[in-house]
Design a protein around this ligand. Structure first.
Ligand SMILES: NC(=O)c1ccc[n+]([C@@H]2O[C@H](COP(=O)([O-])OP(=O)(O)OC[C@H]3O[C@@H](n4cnc5c(N)ncnc54)[C@H](O)[C@@H]3O)[C@@H](O)[C@H]2O)c1
Length: 251
């Protein structure tokens, strides 16, 4: 399938995990890409590899999702390099386990800045370009944005914010031809899933949230959903929050 032939996509968090898998899937389906990450070497290497393997244009740039100016400059750089923007995939994100009372101001502000504020800045800057192409935005949220998780308040709040932003943008832009959707993964075999949990937590509060299958999915399984939502096949899908969690939230 080449659902993204002659389309151009910006992918954040593209140096690793879900972002890297998404960039790889979009390139395989013909998309020209701008790959962005704080890890410059990672995106430069991936861009070179994807351009060679799939014959697409692939640019790379570093940015810091914690910095508003950097987010705004990223969109300008991507637009200049690609000449158009059909798809924005907001995937860069971080997570940290903490007892609620021990979450520092810095941790709170950093999680909200990277996970939520960057999605706002990038999406707002990209919107005029997406209106031109009748494009769309896909935000990688989390099941953590749909339920409470002990020792995860800052992350849950940031991802719930992403879901609220997604739905609001979808409603506001539906008649203007721009779609906006979120994906809410459960456990994914990617960087974030390996984050350490403090030893003195009550694990009984966390384990019921594990996927019912007792498994985690591959980043490529999230990328497949991004490719669907980003394509014309999902023409009528906007404002949705697509859980991919092995049934975690179903009961
Ligand atoms: N892995 C999971 O189980 C899981 C579950 C639900 C949601 N998610 C979400 O999926 C997204 C990707 O997660 P992942 O597990 O693939 O993570 P990952 O750590 O493998 O990749 C995250 C990427 O984001 C980049 N990044 C981090 N901070 C950045 C910053 N300040 N500026 C720019 N780039 C930055 C990293 O360099 C990295 O390349 C995140 O938004 C995460 O919250 C992950």
């Amino acid at each position: 399938m080449k659902r993204f032939a002659s389309k151009a996509a910006l992918v954040t968090g593209a140096a690793a995990g879900i972002g890297k898998a998404t960039a790889t899937r979009l390139a395989a389906e013909g998309a020209d890409l701008y790959l962005a990450d704080i890890n410059r070497e990672g995106v430069e290497a991936l861009a070179a590899e994807l351009a060679k393997e799939h014959g697409v244009k692939a640019f790379a740039g570093s940015f810091d999702a914690a910095d508003a100016e950097s987010c705004k400059q990223l969109v300008a750089a991507a637009a200049e390099a690609l000449g158009r923007l059909d798809l924005v995939c907001n995937i860069a994100g971080i997570q940290k386990w903490d007892h609620f009372a021990q979450i520092t101001d810095d941790t709170w502000n950093r999680l909200v800045a990277i996970n939520l504020n960057s999605v706002f800045f990038i999406s707002r800057e990209a919107m005029p370009l997406l209106e031109q192409t009748r494009g769309n935005i896909i935000n990688v949220a989390s099941v953590a944005g749909l339920t409470g998780i002990a020792y995860n308040a800052a992350y849950c709040a940031s991802k719930a914010g992403v879901i609220g932003l997604t739905r609001s943008v979808a409603v506001e832009y539906a008649s203007r031809g721009v779609r906006c959707n979120a994906i809410a993964p459960g456990g994914v075999k990617a960087g974030q899933a390996a984050n350490p949990i403090p030893e003195d937590v009550d694990f009984g509060l966390i384990t019921p949230l594990s996927p019912k299958t007792g498994d985690m999915c591959e980043p490529e399984e999230i990328a497949a959903a991004v490719a669907y939502l980003g394509s014309e096949e999902a023409r009528f899908v906007t404002g949705s929050v697509f859980t991919i969690d092995g049934g975690q939230l179903a009961s």
